[in-house]
Design a protein around this ligand. Structure first.
Ligand SMILES: [Zn+2]
Length: 472
């Protein structure tokens, strides 16, 4: 069905939900701050990956895949990377290559569509040096006594607009001491002079390396132009990182930078802030040992992207139960590929799904609509197979927009990734032994096997065409 989209996004630059109007509808441009690759990705990273994959998929649905350019950078040089490489006795190239590979594996498992480009700081030194030169020429940067180059935040009157802070308040509230040779506490480094033994690049101001903030300004401009549509990232990056990006990019060009700033909320663990020191810090891999990646994705989408996301086992269990319901409805419809919404009853559901998504990507409501379609399948499976099949096709297609329900139903239902539970072949063998016992009318043995399977939390369903099982 055709649906006339009116996508609204909450723009943190204005604090309002606004109709999204691209600068050039033939080329929608999205930049997201990616990972600093010195360790495995955790659940906070998973949220950034999933939320902006959702936005990317949705923009592709509205404008067409060819018309949307999605850039997500990789920070492959910074203090943490240098420290970790030294600790592990490897080069920064070895360390970052390892964690880039791990990130790509995790992203693929979570069903993340690869961005069009993943620019890396170390491969964009020319663009970084060019932007610092522009900032010096335009009077937005200066060189300190040490040789480090700093951004002069007082040269940019709009500093603080994105985060709603102004410099006086910041000064009064935070009392940050002037470090190093900055002229002002909130000035930030653009270029650091080389220290012995650290990776370094030549520059007009001596050998050194870039500050973190400048890389995103230089690479987003390089990939998308001076002025583009959407810049995303976690809420923790709004200040100072994104504030500094605006100061740099607008300072360097004298023109506009980004129209819509979109941030996803924090992740909490059992209602507490997630942090390494609290020991409540989960890598994506740790969670994937216990839950299928699609369950993690569902869990992330079950909260609105701007709300805090609370990680707990019970929330992941709920996500698994929800997907089990949806996949159970899809059983037997593995290959349906009908046009979405051939029936008026279903068109109404689909419209409501798009209305929710157009409303600042309201995934909790969108997911509820998937359950209405699942209910439709279950209700009409026997009575009106065509209607059920049409609902199944819609469920698959709308699920896919969220990056869900793209897999095989039987495989999902069997595949709860629990390293402690029995393997599939072991369960298959018990189910088969039970089938034989039933055939032989050995009811005591069949019951014993069923009890054994139940103890393993395996639910066996007997149908006309044999027995099927799933993890309960
Ligand atoms: Zn960034």
């Amino acid at each position: 069905m055709s649906y006339s989209h009116q996508l609204k996004l909450h723009n943190n630059l204005t604090g309002k939900r606004e109709l999204f109007i691209p600068i050039d509808p033939q080329r929608v441009r999205l930049y997201v701050c990616g990972m600093t690759v010195y360790d495995l990705c955790h659940i906070g990273h998973a949220r950034v990956l999933v939320v902006f994959d959702l936005l990317y998929r949705y923009l592709c649905r509205i404008y067409g895949r060819e018309e949307v350019t999605y850039i997500r950078n990789i920070t492959d040089i910074d203090d943490k990377i240098i420290a970790r490489a030294a600790e592990q006795g490897e080069t920064i190239e070895q360390l970052t290559a390892r964690f880039i590979e791990a990130m790509h594996q995790d992203a693929a498992a979570l069903g993340i569509t690869p961005p069009n480009e993943e620019p890396r700081a170390t491969l964009h030194m020319a663009q970084i040096l060019e932007m610092i030169t522009q900032l010096l020429q335009r009077g937005h940067a200066y060189q300190g006594e040490s040789g480090d180059i700093y951004y002069d935040v007082r040269s940019f009157p709009e500093y603080g607009r994105l985060s709603g802070k102004n410099l006086e308040d910041l000064n009064a509230g935070e009392r940050i001491a002037v470090e190093d040779d900055k002229r002002y506490p909130f000035d930030f480094v653009l270029w650091k002079r080389a220290k012995a033994g650290e990776p370094q690049w030549d520059s007009p101001w001596g050998a050194g390396r870039p500050g973190w903030h400048i890389e995103c300004s230089a690479m987003s401009t390089h990939c998308l132009g001076n002025h583009f549509d959407i810049h995303g990232g976690g809420l923790d990056l709004q200040f100072p990182h994104h504030e500094n990006e605006i100061a740099q990019s607008c300072g360097a060009t004298g023109g506009a930078f980004v129209n819509y700033w979109v941030h996803n909320g924090f992740v909490r663990v059992d209602e507490a802030k997630m942090s390494k020191s609290l020991g409540n810090f989960f890598t994506i891999r740790e969670v994937m040992e216990r839950y299928q990646p699609e369950v993690i994705r569902y869990f992330i989408l079950s909260s609105h992207y701007r709300s805090p996301l609370n990680y707990s086992d019970s929330h992941l269990d709920n996500a698994r139960a929800a997907l089990t319901t949806l996949y159970t409805a899809l059983r037997g419809y593995e290959t349906v590929a009908k046009a979405v919404g051939t029936l008026p009853e279903q068109e109404a559901m689909i419209s409501r799904f798009f209305e929710a998504m157009d409303d600042d990507l309201n995934t909790p409501v969108a997911l509820a609509l998937l359950f209405e379609l699942a209910h439709e399948i279950n209700r009409y499976r026997e009575r009106d197979p065509a209607r059920a099949e049409s609902a199944a096709a819609s469920l698959r297609q709308l699920g896919s927009l969220l990056g869900l329900l793209e897999g095989d139903a039987e495989q999902f239902l069997r595949g709860v990734a629990n390293s402690e539970s029995a393997g599939d072949s072991e369960i298959d063998a018990l189910v088969e032994a039970r089938r034989v016992a039933r055939q032989e009318k050995n009811w005591a043995e069949a019951d014993r096997l069923r009890d054994q399977l139940n103890e393993m939390k395996i639910i066996v369903e007997d149908g006309a065409d044999g027995s099927r099982w799933r993890r309960g």
